[in-house]
Design a protein around this ligand. Structure first.
Ligand code: MG
Length: 384
């Protein structure tokens, strides 16, 4: 079936040209002779230490439990999101460099040990009346913590990328977050940012099915029977390749699932923008809702897939020992270091004096890879 033309009017995209206020950087820098503002942001993110540390952070599986070299890390997950976001943005006629930059930076604020590590850190902060938010942490990384340039702290990214870091997955109220006032909290983010959250979902839903099957935690028959989208595509694949081994049929189904979800996202998003008569970025940002979305049928199947993964993978008894370990490590170290900040390395101790130990210790832990915090845990338990 031929696709509807998907490209939106060029004036709906973020232009990123010399007059675009969204390319503003907090510290003035001369233009680059041949690279656009957003391709410079891509380069700065790729060269950041926090980006490289994504290789050592758990997405779903820690190294300890699968002993597989093939499960996704946050880095490989991030690259998959970038590929999806770039394709979808380009096909919709949007700014694909901006979408790519936002995808590359979208998980940079995540602590070690995946969701379990994040939840544990958030609970620790709650005992001090604070909380952990990975988007706000990502903004602090790119504006403050990264030290690479002599002229300014952080990466000095464009306003569009900083806004997207904050707003790609969540709306913050202006009243609750006066410190975010420069990020247009009363407006919708551009479509390039709206796409990121859904590109993220497409990437992890398909990848987690693959990794969960490979780890033997998910059962192929159950996935086929309980997920209508996967089941349909698996049947198509077995008709087309009657002699193929089961794992390749599953792979074919996952490949078509990813493709189908991206196609649906682009078609539905384009249709929604067209149906409201929106023709400019200004109109899009002033709208009362976001437009990046799946069609109702695919949305139901997306939510069925997500619920299945929660029940059978993310919260499965197979992963429970790792989650318990993550919580013990994060919360014990957090308590020890907030009780005695002198145990922190000098730069984090200095930050504890300035911002208080509860936040400084959380920033220190959030920046760690799985293996770094495991080493800290070993030396803590050895000295305790
Ligand atoms: Mg992600």
């Amino acid at each position: 079936m031929p696709l509807q033309p998907l490209a939106l009017p060029p004036s709906v995209a973020v232009s990123g040209d010399a007059n675009d206020p969204l390319i503003h950087r907090a510290h003035l820098e001369p233009d680059h002779p041949y690279r656009s503002a957003f391709s410079r942001d891509i380069g700065r993110i790729l060269h950041a230490k926090a980006f490289r540390r994504l290789a050592g952070k758990t997405q779903v599986f820690t190294r300890r439990e699968t002993e597989s070299d093939h499960s996704r890390s946050r880095l490989t997950h991030t690259l998959e999101v970038a590929q999806i976001a770039r394709t979808a943005a380009a096909t919709l006629g949007l700014n694909s460099s901006l979408a790519e930059a936002l995808a590359l930076v979208h998980d940079i604020g995540h602590p070690p040990f995946g969701h379990a590590g994040e939840k544990a850190l958030d609970e620790s902060l709650h005992t001090h009346g604070l909380g952990f938010d990975h988007n706000l942490h990502a903004l602090r990384i790119v504006t403050t913590f990264e030290e690479r340039y002599a002229g300014f702290p952080g990466l000095n990214l464009t306003l569009a990328v900083r806004e997207g870091i904050i707003k790609h997955s969540h709306d913050y109220s202006a009243a609750g977050h006066p410190e975010l006032s420069e990020y247009f909290l009363d407006q919708q983010p551009p479509l390039e940012a709206q796409l990121i959250d859904l590109a993220d979902e497409i990437a992890y839903l398909t990848a987690d099915l693959e990794d969960g099957l490979a780890a033997g935690i998910l059962n192929l028959a159950a996935v086929r029977d309980q997920l209508s989208l996967f089941g349909r595509l698996y049947s198509d694949a077995s008709r087309e390749f009657p002699n193929a081994p089961l794992h390749l049929l599953a792979n074919e189904a996952l490949k078509q699932m990813l493709n189908g979800l991206v196609t649906d996202l682009m078609q539905e998003t384009a249709a929604q923008v067209r149906a409201t008569g929106i023709e400019t970025l200004h109109q899009l940002r002033s709208a009362s809702r976001r437009f990046a979305t799946f069609s109702p049928t695919i949305e139901a199947e997306r939510s069925q897939t997500k619920a299945f993964l929660y029940a059978n993978l993310y919260l499965s008894p197979d992963l429970a020992p790792e989650h318990t370990h993550a919580r013990e490590v994060v919360q014990t170290l957090y308590s020890a270091w907030t009780a005695d900040p002198e145990l922190l390395p000098p730069d984090h101790l200095a930050r504890a004096h300035k911002e208080g130990a509860p936040r400084a210790v959380a920033d220190y832990i959030a920046g760690m890879t799985d293996s770094y915090i495991e080493r800290a845990w070993e030396s803590h338990t050895a000295s305790a």
